[in-house]
Design a binder for this molecule. Structure first.
Ligand SMILES: [Zn+2]
Length: 231
């Protein structure tokens, strides 16, 4: 059962050790940056597990060279956000959904044990931008650590619709009643972290527009609330 919005009161859930599970270098900053920064500000230890090196991006150099560049960018962005531990795996960017779920889930389980996580933070099940890699990363998180509370970053349906009509994108948003908390955030460190992803952030109009539409708020929903039984 999902705690109602009123109960969470727009407050960040309490956590000691947060593990963010992402598909690509930059997801932790472009997507989860403000949220992860809020956890660091509240004294939580924050770690990131990223499944791919983002080598399929059409921005920057190509192939393995891009993968190495993005590894360095991720490390620099993580420092800006106060993220203590980053684990970057080398699953193929763009075809994470073809990787065996069992293997991905095992990697989530190992990372969660390593950092003694008490909360997972992921992209919402629609993948936010609709990218299948994002959906798969979230699926792996839910499957790999069934005893852990899992909080999804999401966006309102109105914001998704505005982006999609402006840019022809496939963002997936949520109705108000599907959103568990609206959190006030400070984007200062997120913006610094975004700037560290030099190969990806130049003229990123979609990102700029999304951050403009969201202002100083981020939206979250429980995929697995604290205290729920393992599924
Ligand atoms: Zn991504």
């Amino acid at each position: 059962m999902r705690p109602p919005l009123a109960e969470s009161g727009g407050e960040l859930p309490r956590a000691t050790s947060v593990l963010a599970v992402c598909a690509h270098p930059d997801d932790e900053s472009f997507g989860l940056g403000a949220l992860l920064d809020s956890f660091v500000e509240r004294g939580a230890k924050v770690s990131v597990l990223c499944f791919t090196r983002g080598e399929a991006s059409t921005l920057g150099p190509v192939g393995a060279e891009l993968g190495e560049l993005r590894r360095a960018e991720l490390a620099a962005a993580a420092r800006e956000l106060g993220i203590g531990r980053v684990e970057l795996l080398d699953h193929p960017d763009g075809s994470l959904s073809c990787e065996p779920l069992e293997r991905l889930a095992g990697e989530v389980a190992a990372a969660a044990r390593e950092v003694d996580a008490d909360l997972l933070v992921v992209f919402d099940e629609g993948g936010i931008s609709g990218h299948p890699d994002h959906c798969r990363a979230t699926e792996a998180a839910l499957s790999g650590a069934p005893g852990l509370a899992t909080l999804a970053w999401t966006i309102p349906r109105s914001v998704a619709g505005a982006l999609n009509s402006q840019f022809g994108t496939a963002f997936v948003g949520r109705d108000e009643q599907e959103i568990d908390a609206v959190l006030r955030v400070d984007r200062t460190r997120q913006c610094r972290a975004i700037a560290r992803h030099v190969s990806q952030c130049d003229n990123n109009a979609v990102l700029e527009s999304r951050l403009g539409l969201l202002g100083d708020t981020e939206h979250v929903r429980w995929l697995r609330p604290p205290g729920s039984e393992p599924s």
